[in-house]
Design a protein around this ligand. Structure first.
Ligand code: B12
Ligand code: SF4
Ligand code: SF4
Length: 404
């Protein structure tokens, strides 16, 4: 660059270096407060739609909607996206989860959302953002003041992306990008650099409502509004307690996150595989449910350390595996569920009881009866009694594997 860099050529340099740093999309917005988004988020909290996430509170939203509170002197926000689409399950992927076979005799498996199939994206993105700021400091020969966020701070990631024109809000509340659909992680670098802002896109979902119709738990309660407490993603990842009984059947075979409202989205038809090698490392598209149920802490760490799945913790994942086994009516998993009912953590015992009740038959009924004689935890005991009362007495000949 000759002479003092202008705002336009600094912006061009930032965008060029961001793409070279491995990000797929980059746009700029100002550091102005996100007034409307703050209002919407505060209303969402008031209406109880963010219940279950105690850290998502009013003060977090107020701070996050005001970039100058996060970085005094902030002038611009560099909005970044990283594609995480890996393609669908393949033999190779499922082989890595253990012993899954393509035919009906293979073990029962539960689905893992696409965003969680590789290395922990927080680490991947944050390293790239840090390197980008170092790179810009060296190139611009100024001390760049910056803070960066990826899903891990008060920043309203999607509001920043929408205002910068990186993408637009879909009715499922995800940011849809023209280039990569919604299969992108969002990150922002708030900086004191004066950059040229991009305009928001003039795009919308039009009359489409596919995601609203497809959500199995009715979590998209209206266009652009998700009830966190009904979302499978919240229940399988963030909820540390029991999953509400009425929601369990609708959770199908998802054991970590949920992609249904993105899979049905026509904007996601163009599927471009990620070029980020770290996201392709683990390829955890499905997990062997009985293996999860029988996992020791050491095995859990061995399998999932460094991936987003750690967030659910072993007990949470085992709870989720019980729900999926119940929904799959996994008859062959009765011995594993019976053992979990005897030896698992209370949360796992209560969900194992539910699964046995859902599977039904004399063997499951007798496991529930025996457990009711020895169980001392009153919450688990009440789940056992409920499961025994709804359990079908007819022995089930075959498990139902194909969920809609
Ligand atoms: C809390 C949270 C969750 C919660 C709540 C989800 C929710 N919809 O709010 C739970 C655990 C359920 C969740 C699930 C998922 N999450 Co999440 N989550 C977050 C987090 C931490 C905060 C989101 C937030 O502020 N929600 C509050 C509400 C008020 O915000 P909102 O729904 O976006 O509301 C906006 C719009 O509705 C819009 N709006 C309102 N009315 C109207 C009207 C019109 C006409 C328009 C145009 C717009 C509009 O304004 C609102 C304010 O900006 C962000 C990271 C971050 N720090 O921002 C990640 C984040 C949103 N999650 C992400 C992902 C990947 C997911 C999942 C896909 C994971 C999965 N596969 O299981 C699912 C998707 C579920 C879904 N349909 O939203 C990504 C989304 C990437 C993208 N392309 O959009 C983020 C951005 C993380 C990241 N940095 O990459 N998540
Ligand atoms: S992630 Fe699943 S449960 Fe949550 S809103 Fe989307 S389809 Fe519904
Ligand atoms: S499925 Fe339709 S309504 Fe939902 S986000 Fe995609 S385009 Fe929008």
């Amino acid at each position: 660059m000759n002479g003092a860099p202008t705002r336009l050529n600094t912006t061009a340099l930032v965008k060029d270096r961001a793409l070279k740093a491995g990000f797929d999309l980059v746009r700029i917005t100002t550091a102005a407060d996100f007034l409307e988004d703050r209002q919407v988020a505060l209303k969402r909290i008031d209406e109880g739609l963010m219940d279950g996430l105690p850290w998502y509170n009013q003060s977090r939203v107020t701070r996050g909607a005001s970039p100058n509170q996060l970085l005094p002197g902030a002038r611009s926000i560099i909005c970044l996206a990283l594609n995480y689409f890996l393609g669908d399950s393949t033999e190779e992927e499922s082989g890595q989860t253990g012993d899954r076979k393509p035919d009906e005799s293979g073990p029962y498996t539960g689905k893992i959302a696409r965003y969680a199939r590789g290395r922990d994206y927080h680490r991947v993105m944050k390293r790239r953002m840090r390197d980008l700021v170092t790179d810009l400091t060296a190139l611009l020969k100024v001390e760049v003041s910056a803070h960066w966020y990826v899903d891990d701070g008060p920043m309203l990631d999607r509001a920043a992306a929408a205002r910068s024109g990186l993408g637009w809000f879909g009715k499922n509340t995800n940011i849809l990008t023209g280039e990569l659909g919604s299969w992108v992680f969002l990150g922002q670098i708030i900086t004191d650099l004066e950059l040229e802002p991009d305009p928001p896109l003039k795009k919308s979902c039009g009359s489409c409502v596919r995601c609203i119709d497809a959500c199995p738990t009715g979590a998209i309660v209206g266009p652009y509004v998700v009830d966190n407490t009904r979302c499978i993603s919240f229940q399988t990842i963030e909820n540390r307690g029991p999953i509400p009984i009425d929601l369990r059947p609708a959770m199908l075979d998802w054991v970590f996150g949920c992609d249904i409202c993105q899979e049905v989205c026509p904007v996601n038809r163009k599927e471009t595989p990620t070029r980020e090698p770290a996201l392709g490392q683990h390829r955890l598209s499905v997990a062997n449910l009985v293996e999860i149920l029988e996992m020791t802490e050491a095995r859990f760490l061995e399998r999932f350390a460094g991936t987003p799945i750690m967030r659910a913790k072993r007990v949470g994942l085992q709870r989720n595996a019980c729900v999926a086994l119940g929904n799959l009516r996994a008859v062959e998993s009765i011995p594993a569920l019976t053992s979990a009912l005897a030896k698992g953590a209370p949360l796992v015992r209560s969900h194992a009881a539910w699964a046995l009740g859902k599977i039904g038959g004399v063997v499951a009924a007798s496991a529930l009866r025996e457990a009711s004689n020895v169980e001392t935890d009153k919450d688990v005991l009440s789940e056992i009694c409920l499961a025994a009362s709804v359990s079908s007495a007819d022995p089930i000949e075959e498990g139902v594997r194909d969920l809609p």
